[in-house]
Ligand binder design. Structure first.
Ligand SMILES: [Zn+2]
Length: 337
C-alpha cells in the first residue's frame, strides 16, 4: 500500500512532458536532448537522416521522424511497482526518463498519397515537430498529400494538422478519423473519468483535440471500424488509449503490415508487460484488452508491425517472450528500396 501511494504521489508531482499532454515543458531531460542535438564535433554538424524508405507490395512507404519526447518511464506502467519497472528498465538498457520517438508514416499507394498522423507541430519545442523537414528532405510537397488518417486525437498525433494561424498544413487533403473518436472529442462536455493524469493536463488534452478537429471542419471524415479508408488501408478498432483509436492494416499484393498507433508506446515496457497500464489511457482496462488482442494477432500472423513511438523507424516483428509478453525484432533496413 505504501508503495502504491508513494508511486501515485510521484506520478502526480512529476512535471510531465508526457505523450498525452503535449505541453511544451523543458525538463532537465529534454534540455539534455537539445544540448546533445546541438553539440558539435569540429566545425559542423551533419544530422542523421530522419526518414526511411521501404516497400510493401507495390506501395512506397517512408517512415518520417517527427522527433523525440522526454517522458518518465513510470508514466507507461501506472500499475507496476517501482521494483517491477526498475527490473524492466535495467534489463532493457533504459533509464527512468525515456525518449519515445514519433514516427509518421507516409504511404504512396499509387492512387493516393497518405500520411498517418501529423506529429507534434510546434507544441514540443525543438525536439519534435520535424515532419515538414522530413517531407522537404524527401522532396514531397505538403500539397501533394491527399489523405491524412488520424489514429487518435492526442496532441502528439494531431498538433501538426494546423499552422499557427489555423490554416491547413496539408491544404489538399481529406482527413479521416474514426467516427467514434470524432464524436467523443467533439461532444460539448468531454470527460475522462478513468484517466490517470491530473485535471489541468486533461483540460489541455481535450482543448488540443477540439481545436484541431474543429479546425478541419467538413474536411474531417468519420470512418467506421473495419472500413477501408483508401484502397489497401483499413481501420482496425483499437479502443482504450482513446475511445475511438484505430490501428491501420496496410495490404498490398501478398504483403501486409499493421500500424499499431498508440496500442503500445515503449518496446520493452508495453511489449514485455502488455498488462501494465499507461496513466494516460482513457480506459486502462479496455486498453490492456486491445493491446493483448492486437499484439497476439500480429505475433500469430508473424506480420510486419509499425509502431508510432518505437525507436525510429519503428518497423519490425514481435514474437512471444519467455516470461510473458512479446519481444521486438526490428526489421533489417532496406538500403535500396
Ligand atoms: Zn502518441
Amino acid at each position: 500500500m505504501h508503495t502504491a501511494l508513494s508511486r501515485r504521489t510521484f506520478l502526480r508531482s512529476a512535471t510531465l512532458a508526457t505523450i498525452a499532454l503535449g505541453l511544451p515543458i523543458v525538463s532537465r531531460s529534454s534540455h539534455a536532448i537539445e544540448v546533445a542535438q546541438s553539440s558539435t564535433v569540429g566545425q559542423s554538424v551533419v544530422a542523421n537522416p530522419g526518414y526511411y524508405r521501404f516497400q510493401l507490395g507495390s506501395f512506397e512507404l517512408i517512415s518520417m521522424s517527427d522527433g523525440l519526447l522526454a517522458v518518465p518511464a513510470a508514466v507507461f506502467a501506472g500499475n507496476a511497482t517501482p521494483e517491477q519497472l526498475g527490473e524492466v528498465l535495467q534489463e532493457g538498457f533504459q533509464t527512468e526518463t525515456l525518449t519515445p520517438h514519433c514516427n509518421v508514416l507516409y504511404i504512396n499507394t499509387g492512387s493516393h498519397k497518405v500520411l498517418i498522423d501529423t506529429g507534434n507541430g510546434t507544441s514540443m519545442g525543438t525536439t519534435a515537430g520535424k515532419l515538414l523537414e522530413q517531407l522537404k528532405a524527401v522532396q514531397i510537397d505538403p500539397i501533394e498529400i491527399d489523405s491524412v488518417i488520424i489514429s487518435h486525437a492526442h496532441p502528439d498525433h494531431v498538433n501538426g494538422i494546423l499552422d499557427a494561424s489555423g490554416g491547413f498544413i496539408f491544404p489538399n487533403a481529406q482527413y479521416y478519423i474514426s467516427r467514434v473518436e470524432k464524436e467523443f472529442w467533439l461532444q460539448p462536455n468531454v470527460s475522462l473519468p478513468k484517466i490517470g493524469i491530473d485535471a489541468e493536463s486533461q483540460k489541455n488534452m481535450i482543448a488540443v483535440a477540439q481545436k484541431n478537429l474543429r479546425g478541419l471542419g467538413d474536411r474531417l471524415n468519420g470512418v467506421e471500424m473495419g472500413q477501408e479508408i483508401v484502397p489497401g488501408l483499413t481501420a482496425i478498432p483499437a479502443p482504450g488509449h482513446t475511445p475511438g483509436q484505430i490501428a491501420i492494416r496496410i495490404v498490398s499484393g501478398d504483403q501486409s503490415m499493421t500500424h499499431t498507433a498508440d496500442v503500445v508506446h515503449i518496446s520493452t515496457i508495453n511489449l514485455w508487460h502488455p498488462e501494465w497500464q499507461p496513466i494516460f489511457d482513457a480506459d486502462p482496462e479496455l486498453a490492456v484488452a486491445t493491446r493483448q488482442q492486437i499484439l497476439s494477432k500480429v505475433a500469430a500472423d508473424r506480420e510486419l508491425m509499425f509502431a508510432y513511438h518505437f525507436p525510429f523507424p519503428g518497423i519490425g516483428h514481435i514474437r512471444p517472450r519467455s516470461g510473458g509478453g512479446y519481444l521486438w525484432e526490428p526489421a533489417t533496413w532496406q538500403l535500396n528500396p
